[in-house]
Write a protein that binds this ligand. Structure first.
Ligand code: PLP
Length: 471
């Protein structure tokens, strides 16, 4: 078997053996993920990674010994820090197929674009959006948010692409717990973080009355409100805005309703009562969500959906002559995804979702998502039953925040909870992150982990209790 190009392997047979070794090691890593918690990164790792240091023939051995062990912990069943997905065995297969095809999904007529359309269509239906909605895969919710806000802005200011925003003071409205990605997107688009108005929450949801009052006040002061950002799953506490109320208000006020559903949108697949949390999501003008969190697929993989495909396209479509379409041939095929976002060259992220759904079936994801909500509720019940522990907020979806030292002052609790989180990470027993609730740093578990079993919840809380005696 001859090599084709300068950069093809000298010996395809030997390469085949090496690549199979890598595949075996990768499968083993997933199979025994339970025995592989996060571990501190060796000081000299970066030096060991320095290019050109080692024998080229050792590539797979080095990957197995020096790369696989140094993961970020999120493959482990007791990892609940921040909001991170677990990864799936189907990712291994998807990665190989994607690399073999090496698709550029910016446009043109080939299979990967058709696949992306098929997966967008599945997601559209899962979210309840009508036919005629459009979407595009992104690196994540942060990028999806930028795309959505730009479309909202172009709808509000139709000549924006030519003339810019001018001296209009565009303003946006979001609940007090909105994710930083919204702020960043507004900064990036030149709207400015001061023009994001934080609406106070009432019972954990944006207060529509307060929002209405802010809109009137801003309009009277010469501002141009254009956007309401609803949250389906707040990052700190897993709270959901009343999306139907926000949709009513957006319609009455002529505003674009965007929903940040990074992880929480997937409650659409969960059983009641959790499914009901995202009722009304279908009425959003745009929805940003991630597959790499609560659909568990490998990083990175997000999506923006827009109700009105024409508004989506109006914000991004641009075809210089060298990208002109054609009736047939490679330059055929519509739509081209470069007309729906920032990127011209883009990989096939959809294949990870496609493989996951085809391998496990959507029902398995619905069950895992429901389980994670149930496990968060179970954690809350156990927290309440243990001495010295207290919930810091009722569990709404998949996030449980609590303190392990309820009898102490807020300041001392903050120290203790911070130390416990760190010590448990270092010992590899469980990963909680921390967050601030009403001035107290507490332990936080965001359960987006299909490997978590019910007994992991008990074992992790046992570990917290034990560590509480030592810090
Ligand atoms: C993670 C998250 C984001 C940002 O999404 P990325 O995929 O990390 O870019 C935005 N909003 C919420 C609620 C999130 O949890």
């Amino acid at each position: 078997m001859e090599k084709n190009g300068i950069l093809d392997p000298d010996d395809w047979g030997a390469f085949r053996v090496e690549a199979r070794r890598m595949l075996d090691a990768a499968i083993s890593q997933m199979q025994v993920a339970r025995d592989r918690p996060w571990q501190p990164v060796p000081e000299d790792l970066e030096a060991r990674y320095a290019i050109g240091q080692a024998d080229q023939g050792d590539l797979v051995a080095r990957l197995v010994e020096e790369v696989l062990p140094h993961h970020g912990g999120n493959i482990h069943p007791r990892f609940w820090g921040w909001v991170q997905g677990t990864g799936l065995a189907s990712d291994l297969i998807a990665g190989m197929a994607a690399a073999a095809v090496n698709a550029n999904c910016g446009g043109r007529d080939h299979g990967a674009n058709r696949m992306e359309r098929a997966v967008i269509d599945w997601t559209r239906q899962a979210m309840g959006f009508a036919e005629g909605a459009s979407g595009v895969f992104t690196s994540g919710t942060s990028q999806a948010t930028v795309l959505a806000f730009q479309a909202a802005r172009v709808r509000a200011v139709p000549d924006l692409r030519q003339s810019g925003q001018g001296d209009r003071r565009l303003t946006a409205y979001a609940g007090a717990g909105v994710h930083n990605a919204t702020l960043k997107a507004l900064e990036l688009l030149g709207i400015g973080s001061q023009n994001l108005r934080r609406v106070p929450l009432r019972d954990g949801q944006m207060d529509p009355q307060a929002l209405r009052a802010m809109l009137a006040e801003d309009r009277a002061a010469g501002a141009m409100p254009f956007l309401i950002v609803g949250t389906a799953g707040s990052v700190d506490l897993g709270l959901f805005d009343d999306l139907n109320a926000l949709a009513d208000l957006a319609a009455a006020e002529g505003l674009w309703l965007h929903v940040d559903g990074a992880f929480g949108a997937w409650t659409r697949l969960a059983e009641p009562p959790w499914r009901g949390l995202s009722d009304g999501i279908v009425r959003a003008d745009s929805l940003a969500l991630d597959f790499h969190k609560w659909m568990y697929v490998g990083y990175d993989c997000g999506l923006v959906l827009m109700r009105d495909a024409a508004a989506h396209r109006a914000a991004f479509a641009a075809r210089p002559s060298y990208l002109a379409g054609a009736e047939a041939g490679l330059a055929g095929g519509e739509p081209w995804f470069c007309d729906y976002g920032i990127d011209l060259s883009r990989g096939n992220r959809a294949i990870k979702v496609w493989c996951a759904l085809e391998m496990f079936g959507a029902a398995a994801f619905a069950a895992a998502i429901t389980d994670n909500c149930r496990q968060a509720a179970q954690m809350a019940a156990q927290v309440e039953a243990r001495d010295g522990f207290a919930l810091m907020h009722p569990v709404v979806s998949n996030i449980c925040v609590f303190t392990a030292a309820a009898e102490e002052t807020p300041e001392r609790q903050s120290q203790i909870n911070t130390q416990i989180a760190m010590a448990l990470q270092l010992t590899g027993s469980a990963v909680f992150s921390t967050t601030d609730v009403a001035g107290t740093t507490c332990l936080r578990a965001a359960i987006t982990n299909h490997r978590t079993r019910d007994e992991d919840i008990t074992a992790a809380l046992d570990a917290v209790q034990e560590m509480r005696l030592r810090v």
